[in-house]
Design a protein around this ligand. Structure first.
Ligand SMILES: NC(=O)c1ccc[n+]([C@@H]2O[C@H](COP(=O)([O-])OP(=O)(O)OC[C@H]3O[C@@H](n4cnc5c(N)ncnc54)[C@H](OP(=O)(O)O)[C@@H]3O)[C@@H](O)[C@H]2O)c1
Length: 347
């Protein structure tokens, strides 16, 4: 703006000068105000976007059987689902910045990452089964510690295999006995790596999952094939217990645990009615309408396991687990019996 002086008395000129200076000042103030207003508008919009973004969950190891199912379910509830994986299509494990920003303001982290146990337990596989679980859990815990707004809940996968081979009585969270051997060591070290983190703003829950049953994944495929080819009789003695859970109940349990904010620690994640192996195979044959079911004695299973590159422990270990803590907390199972679960999956 040009400063106008003209031919006036010094006093008038002085007043004019003061007026013009104030006008400039006021304009600058106005400009400042406009800038502040713009910043405030931008800030509010960013906060609104942030609020929208907050409805997100992170699933580590979310590309597998359970992860894919959960991701789809959470998407239908309107969540943004972010996956951490070894796969380039997702956030990768060595990208600490992106892991942190994914976890920042997320409602929940679910960690399912780990090399499949469906392989021969040679030293190389054993090392990878263990390290893939411990390293990923540590990466996630460290990332949460660096978050300004960490997730309110971190659910880490564990396994019902942590309990001993139980033929005599079921294992509960309170009274169950931890077993021995490689798979148990993996589970105990996995839980330790998880609970070693002290996270003041994040509730931690380890799910000791039984065998998860669902369409087109996990153990259903091999079971269905055995039954289809007439080999769906009892496996081994048939007396070993089979604890299981429908994958939809797993999803519902996660929602339940999210809502029940006072719950934390370890949870047996299994249906309330485990069956023995002979009953499981009989139910499968009935639902698939296959009358012949040749049994597989232990020696045959051992030979078969070597041929197909797996371990008999997955079939012969007696996993007898009850979901005491979930039931006491009031969780209602949608599929409490094996027949209801198999009807839904195969019927
Ligand atoms: N299914 C069951 O019945 C059951 C029962 C009890 C416990 N669990 C546990 O629950 C978790 C999920 O089970 P799931 O059946 O969904 O397993 P899955 O299909 O094998 O998926 C596991 C995920 O872990 C990731 N992963 C595999 N190898 C890895 C490695 N070396 N390093 C880092 N990540 C690796 C994979 O993701 P990327 O390939 O994308 O990296 C994969 O998506 C597993 O940890 C399993 O032990 C499962």
């Amino acid at each position: 703006m040009a400063v106008f002086h003209g031919n006036f008395s010094p006093a008038f000129r002085y007043n004019l000068f003061c007026f013009q200076t104030s006008w400039v000042f006021l304009n600058v103030r106005g400009l400042q105000k406009s800038i502040f207003t713009a910043i405030r508008v931008y800030d509010t919009t960013a906060s609104l976007n942030k609020t929208k973004m907050e409805k997100k969950i992170v699933i580590a190891g979310g590309t597998g059987f359970i992860g894919k199912y959960l991701a789809e379910k959470f998407k239908t509830l309107g969540y943004q689902v972010i996956i951490i994986s070894r796969n380039r299509a997702h956030i990768q494990w060595d990208d600490k910045d992106r892991i942190e920003s994914a976890l920042n303001c997320a409602e929940m982290l679910i960690n399912l990452a780990g090399k499949s146990v469906n392989c021969r337990y040679n030293q190389k596989n054993k090392d990878e089964i263990l390290s893939s679980r411990i390293i990923t859990t540590k990466i996630l815990g460290d990332a949460i510690l660096n978050c300004e707004n960490p997730p309110a809940l971190w659910i880490n996968s564990s396994t019902a295999t942590i309990y001993r081979h139980a033929m005599d009585e079921p294992m509960t969270e309170k009274e169950g006995e931890i077993g021995t051997g490689f798979s148990v060591d993996v589970a105990t070290n996995w839980e330790k790596a998880f609970f070693d983190f002290q996270l003041p703003k994040t509730r931690q829950i380890a799910l000791r999952m039984a065998i998860i049953l669902g369409k087109g994944g996990g153990v259903m495929k091999p079971f269905v094939n055995l039954v289809r080819f007439g080999l769906g009789g009892k496996q081994g003695s048939g007396k070993q217990m089979f604890s299981w859970l429908h994958v939809e109940d797993l999803f519902n349990i996660i929602l339940f645990l999210q809502q029940e904010k006072e719950l934390s620690g370890v949870f047996n994640c299994s249906a309330p009615n485990p069956v023995d192996n002979a009953t499981l195979m009989k139910s499968l044959r009935k639902i698939m309408k296959v009358s012949i079911g040749l049994p597989s004695p232990e020696w045959m299973l051992k030979m078969g396991a070597v041929l197909i590159g797996t371990e008999t422990e997955l079939i012969l270990k007696s996993r007898w687990v009850l979901p005491d803590k979930l039931e006491n907390a009031g969780y209602q199972f949608k599929f409490p019996t094996i027949n209801e679960a198999l009807e839904d999956i195969l019927g």
